[in-house]
Design a protein around this ligand. Structure first.
Ligand code: NAI
Length: 462
């Protein structure tokens, strides 16, 4: 069998990016993937397909709610669910084939099958054992369910099943008001499903800036989603076509039941490391099942590295990608670095929600002296013209130095807007630096500048 400098296990955003960077740095590289297509959860059953359904359902929402206001009259489109799923599958296909092309271009061997590490320096795929001077484990994560819930991916589904339901359900219960629950809940709500979200905590989207989370929930309620907060789901009883969710309200321990055609379980994900043989190698794991690494993505076993969802940190494709590039650079003898303080998070609902850096709650807890600059999209001409004036930009800066500490945006294209703040933070910029940067008019990004101005002498259009 071939001798490789690096074998990457897993071809998700962490794995395929690591493989490409290794190859670019002159290392002979292979990537092991057991799925029929490359790209991992993100491209096949995660980020990309959900974005396709979010896009299609948003177009429907625009046609139903905003077209007539602009003088665009006529019958609203009806939903051809099969075609919508075919469009989603086409998008997946284009993206996964794109990775295959990049592998060929960079001369990366795709070792097809599920990989394991029988001993240090070896990767087994099927009956073949390959030599590898370095191994990068990028095996990702899988949905984690709750005790008392059996997933059948038809009536009781994770995000995987929710991306290919046989038909649009009349009623859906979403367990967990996190990123997946709210993105997919939004999709089905726009397609006409009655969506009820049951969340354990008293707020949605744990970890998000409190003010943004509150505003986000209000907007979602306006869009038709219903919420039961402070409720612990006990069990789900399902037949072939229906499910009953039993939950307890935490405030008084009272038990309640709710019926639905489909239940989406979106209560988090856990690292996926099954079958790799990590135990036998003595690789240290955390209590949460994550592979332990040092700040160079090295495990405690020399020559074995790990990146992405299977190690510590937020389970985000772009975090995995950054680790993949940095880990490749470390293996090639260069300096690999990831700035974990500047990793944006985005929820792709409408409006989008995006954040980077610290929340106000975190700053308070850390006893930091900070100031807040806020600007509503109500004061942004472009947003008003586009029926997208719900939401605001909030910039948090150090009160003494004016250095930007965090930004939280709910509004149109928030997931793109956040990046100018990311770049500013990478360069250690002050709010004034952003405020003094000329922003084209009329753009949504003017709202970011106005929030930065609000950290100083004040926003102009508020
Ligand atoms: P999550 O961790 O974002 O949210 C899970 C929610 O379930 C929490 O609010 C939690 O309090 C709640 N919960 C837990 N147990 C419960 C119970 N018994 N009853 C009611 N509620 C309960 O997890 P989610 O949404 O499943 O996402 C998993 C991972 O995938 C996250 O790390 C997320 O960052 C990532 N992801 C990121 C996306 C993005 O960046 N746009 C899109 C999709 C997933």
């Amino acid at each position: 069998m071939a001798q490789y400098d690096v074998i990457v296990i897993g071809s998700g955003p962490g794995g395929y990016v690591a493989a490409i960077r290794c190859a670019q740095l002159g290392l002979k590289t292979a990537c092991v993937e057991g799925r029929e297509t490359l790209g991992g959860t993100c491209l096949n059953i995660g980020c990309i397909p959900s974005k396709a359904l979010l896009h299609a359902s948003h177009q429907l929402h625009e046609a139903e709610h905003n077209f007539a206001k602009m003088g665009l009259k006529g019958k609203s489109p009806s939903v051809d669910w099969k075609q919508m799923l075919a469009y989603k599958d086409d998008v997946i296909g284009q993206n996964t084939k794109g990775i295959e092309f990049l592998f060929k271009k960079n001369k990366i061997d795709w070792l097809k099958g599920w990989g394991s590490i029988p001993e240090v320096g070896k990767v087994k795929v099927g009956d073949d054992v390959h030599d590898a001077k370095n191994i990068i484990v990028a095996s990702g994560s899988e949905p984690s369910s709750l005790p008392g819930i059996e997933i059948d991916e038809k009536v009781v589904v994770t995000s995987t099943g929710a991306l290919e339901l046989g038909k649009i359900p009349k009623k859906m219960i979403v367990i967990g008001a996190g990123v997946i629950g709210l993105e997919l809940g939004s999709v089905y709500s726009r397609l006409g499903t009655e969506v009820e979200v049951i969340e354990f905590l008293d707020t949605i989207t744990p970890g998000m800036d409190g003010e943004v989370a509150k505003s986000f929930q209000k907007i979602l309620i306006k869009q038709g989603l219903k919420f039961t907060l402070g409720a612990a789901v006990q069990k789900v009883d399902a037949s072939k076509t229906k499910a009953k969710v039993t939950y307890k309200l935490r405030k008084d321990d009272s038990e309640h039941e709710m019926d639905a055609d489909v239940v989406l379980v979106s209560t988090g994900r856990r690292p996926y490391t099954d079958g790799l043989g990590l135990d036998a190698l003595g690789i240290e794991m955390s209590e949460r099942g994550q592979i332990k690494t040092n700040d160079q993505w090295q495990t405690n076993v020399k020559g074995i590295y790990a990146i992405g969802d299977c190690i510590d940190g937020p389970m985000l494709a772009h975090k995995a990608e950054d680790e993949g590039m940095a880990c490749a650079e470390v293996i090639a003898g260069k300096h690999g670095h990831v700035n974990y303080g500047v990793i944006p998070g985005v929820i792709y609902t409408h409006p989008e929600v995006a954040n980077v850096g610290m929340t106000e709650e975190q700053l308070k807890e850390a006893g930091r002296n900070y100031k807040v600059g806020k600007f509503s999209f109500m004061g942004n001409g472009r947003a008003k013209a586009n029926f997208a004036a719900d939401g605001f930009v909030k910039i948090l800066a150090d009160k003494d130095t004016d250095r930007i500490l965090g930004a939280h945006i709910i509004g149109p294209m928030a997931g793109d807007l956040i990046h100018e703040v990311c770049v500013a933070m990478e360069f250690g910029a002050s709010a004034e630096d952003l405020a003094l940067t000329c922003h084209a008019h009329p753009t949504y990004s003017e709202a970011v500048r106005e929030a930065a101005l609000a950290c100083g002498d004040g926003a102009i259009h508020m």
